[in-house]
Design a protein around this ligand. Structure first.
Ligand code: ADP
Ligand code: MG
Length: 725
């Protein structure tokens, strides 16, 4: 059996990293069965376990005497179980467990309903226990605690009960005590294998605690530690771990960026040539200041000989399409092809329809390439691209993967709407890799990414640390903001009436629900059930469609298409409606359980209406259960229409990973760090990483070597650093 315990702190990094990778079944006291249980939480290795930090701490430093117990307070008591009784209540079909704890000053009742067998077996008369929970009045005037947390006190440990105790998320059925024991074991055996290998000058400058010290402190805080800062994840120990996380990510991103800058790209001419000049004359409007600025930033990158990778962030409707089109023209007028990738066929078609007029006027051979084209047409189109005849191509990601060869590709535009986090830039990686694999001698094309998910500047700088970023932070003039109104559940009849009125005017409506299927526990209205209910009930004279994330892309596309064509008047949806989809006839959106959404998400959803001439409305239905806080949070939506400002408010209010939802946004899944909460640390880490790379651009100096190994260990699979070497 592998046993990497007791590696000394100065062991070579490789050995440390290997020890940390020890599967959990080898941790003393775990074994294969319970390792499988831990794996349900994604905890596979000792390292995973160590980074499974407490989500909360309990103050057990003050153990009270039972006669001083005060009803309504969370308190801890230590004593002996003087009475235990198991009871079965046939009517309710459940087991309850009753106990009495005595510490010589008084008696305290303990009650557990629905007792799991493992627990019933651990408690017996005479057992010394530390219990913790909310004191209440029981029957007969005895104070009691229902479902107390408890820990057996081992002989000789009586004085050791007064601690700050960590509380962990754990697999169902696993006692907290066991989880604590395993963590203590992991710390004892493996903490020495957890050096961060950060340069000493840096840790001193940043005032960072040693990583393995920090790890001990977060799992087993000193009795004197500040409970509040622990619970806010801002203790010095937390800070050290968070910094370490961020630093390595930034180091990885920095490397990626350096690597790219060293590659050979295309230096397009820096002056506007014929096509762009002609296009200016064709523009039906004047570009906004932001559009001009961003076009300038793109042109500057395109003129440079390094391959461009620039992300344009702009709110829905900020006019990204024309910006990207101007970039495409710059490539085309220099004799290259420009390829525009959209996430769905419908969006590809929409872009093509919008741009083909301009392409025609400028005599640019353009083509749309999607999977649903007839084979013969597809072949013809592919051929036109392959010979270099077609210089502007709009398509879906899928087609790129099929390997249509674009011999003179100068610019790739990826309109992915969101999902541009560092770990989800698959489309980009694929495009670039595919291109350079097929033609290693050709210069790398420039890439322009477009995202409709505004993210506050500071955050974006960091999350997209390896990209250049442009902010399209100004709306074209003359937009009427979507009228947004917060409604209570009881106002639903009126809400439905608004929907009906709009449809009777010939318009269409979206009704958005947070979930696909009913969840009893939360009592949420779900999309599937509600689509049925609305179809048969209040909206039975209308055509009601349904779209949700469990449907395949094709199924979703088909439903969207029917909605776009007007065959459906109402679309019941989860949050999957495409961000960029332009159905100008949809004028009203109802969002149910609005309190369940982040503000940014609500803003994104709202962006699907108000795209036409007619005024549009967004009705946010919130549930009474929602607190006053939730309501005042939602009120931001009534007043604010700027996506960047909303994102900032969201970040402030919701914090933890919720701004966009980790998965959707492609935020790297930090084990502990929280991008919103720890934004300042993130910036510090970024500047330290940048400074380090400025002196040692590929981590080749001896003092960087260990860091390089840690970096690969942590991020290689997600950042694909291996290729960078
Ligand atoms: P998005 O950033 O959401 O992709 P679009 O590029 O689709 O936005 O633009 C939204 C609408 O605004 C389009 O109808 C477009 O023609 C129009 N538009 C873009 N730029 C301007 C501008 N500078 N002035 C007026 N209208 C504009
Ligand atoms: Mg768009």
């Amino acid at each position: 059996m592998a046993n990497h315990a007791y590696v000394s702190a100065c062991a070579p990094p490789k050995e440390c990293l290997k020890a940390l990778s020890t599967p959990l079944r080898f941790l003393k006291g775990v074994g294969p069965k319970r390792a499988a249980l831990l794996e349900t939480l994604g905890l596979k290795t000792v390292e995973n376990l160590l980074y499974h930090l407490p989500f909360r701490y309990e103050d057990r430093r003050r153990v009270k005497k039972i006669h001083l117990a005060s009803v309504g307070e969370d308190e801890s008591f230590a004593g002996t179980l003087v009475f235990v009784q198991k009871k079965f209540i046939p009517r309710k079909r459940r087991h309850i467990l009753l106990g009495t704890l005595s510490d010589g000053t008084g008696m305290l009742g303990l009650v557990w309903y629905n007792v799991p067998p493992y627990m019933a077996n651990t408690l017996s008369r005479g057992q010394a226990l530390l219990v913790h929970g909310r004191v209440e009045w029981g029957l007969g005037g005895q104070k009691r605690i229902v479902h107390p947390d408890f820990e057996p006190i081992e002989a000789g440990e009586e004085t050791d009960t007064e601690k700050i105790l960590p509380v962990y998320l754990r697999p169902g059925g696993l006692p907290l005590r066991t989880m604590r024991r395993w963590l203590a074991q992991a710390l004892a055996d493996y903490a020495p294998s957890l050096p961060s290998f950060l340069p000493e000058s840096l840790t001193r400058r940043q005032g960072l605690m040693d990583l393995n010290q920090a790890m001990k402190q977060v799992h087993q805080p000193d009795k004197a530690a500040d409970l509040a800062s622990l619970n806010r994840f801002s203790s010095p120990a937390h800070r050290a771990i968070v910094f370490d996380e961020f630093f390595y990510l930034q180091l990885g991103l920095g490397l990626r960026r350096k690597h790219r800058a060293a590659l050979e790209g295309i230096a397009f001419s820096s002056a506007e040539a014929q096509l762009t000049r002609q296009m200016r004359g064709l523009l039906p409007f004047t570009l906004t200041g932001a559009q001009e600025r961003v076009v300038g930033e793109i042109y500057r990158d395109m003129a440079s000989p390094c391959p461009m990778q620039r992300l344009v962030q702009g709110d829905v409707g900020s006019g990204k399409t024309i910006v990207a089109w101007l970039a495409a023209l710059r490539a085309i007028e220099s004799g290259f092809q420009a390829l525009w990738m959209a996430p769905t066929e419908l969006l590809a078609e929409q872009h093509f329809r919008n741009l083909k007029g301009f392409a025609g006027a400028l005599k640019i051979p353009a083509a749309l390439l999607t999977g649903s084209l007839p084979e013969a047409t597809k072949k013809e189109v592919t051929e036109g691209i392959r010979t270099g005849m077609t210089s502007f191509i709009v398509g879906t990601h899928a087609l790129i993967q099929e390997g249509v060869w674009v011999p003179r590709m100068g610019l790739g535009i990826i309109d992915e709407q969101h999902r541009f986090g560092v770990v989800q830039r698959r489309a980009l990686q694929r495009l670039v890799h595919w291109h350079s694999a097929a033609a290693p001698t050709l210069p790398q094309p420039d890439i322009l990414l477009m995202s409709a998910t505004p993210i506050p500047r500071s955050l974006a700088m960091v999350l997209f640390g390896d990209l250049e970023i442009s902010f399209l932070d100004e709306m074209p003039p003359g937009r009427t903001p979507v009228e947004t109104k917060l409604c209570g559940e009881r106002e639903r009849p009126a809400v439905y009436e608004r929907v009906r009125t709009e449809i009777q005017k010939g318009h269409q409506a979206y009704i958005v629900y947070p979930l696909v299927e009913a969840s009893e526990r939360l009592n949420l209205h779900d999309a599937t059930r509600m689509a049925e209910e609305l179809r048969l009930g209040v909206f039975r004279e209308f055509q009601v469609g349904l779209i949700h994330g469990r449907m395949s892309a094709e199924e979703r596309d088909a439903v969207m298409r029917r909605f776009k064509e007007g065959a459906l008047q109402i679309l019941v949806a989860t949050t999957v409606i495409e961000v960029g989809i332009d159905i100008s006839n949809a004028t009203v959106m109802v969002i149910e359980h609005a309190e369940r959404f982040g503000l940014s998400q609500l803003h994104q959803l709202r962006g699907r209406v108000g795209r036409g001439q007619a005024p549009a409305q967004c009705l946010l239905v919130h549930y009474e259960a929602g607190s006053r806080e939730a309501r005042s949070r939602l009120r931001v939506m009534e007043k604010e229409h700027d996506g960047f400002k909303i994102a900032e408010a969201d970040l402030e209010i919701r914090g933890p990973g919720e701004l966009l939802g980790t998965r959707q946004s492609g935020l790297p899944d930090f084990r502990l760090a929280d991008v919103a909460r720890d934004a300042h640390l993130l910036l510090e880490a970024r500047s330290e990483a940048t400074a380090w790379l400025a002196d040692d651009s590929n981590l080749s100096r001896p003092e960087s070597r260990a860091m390089g190994q840690v970096l690969l260990h942590r991020w290689d699979d997600r950042l694909e650093l291996g290729a960078i070497g």
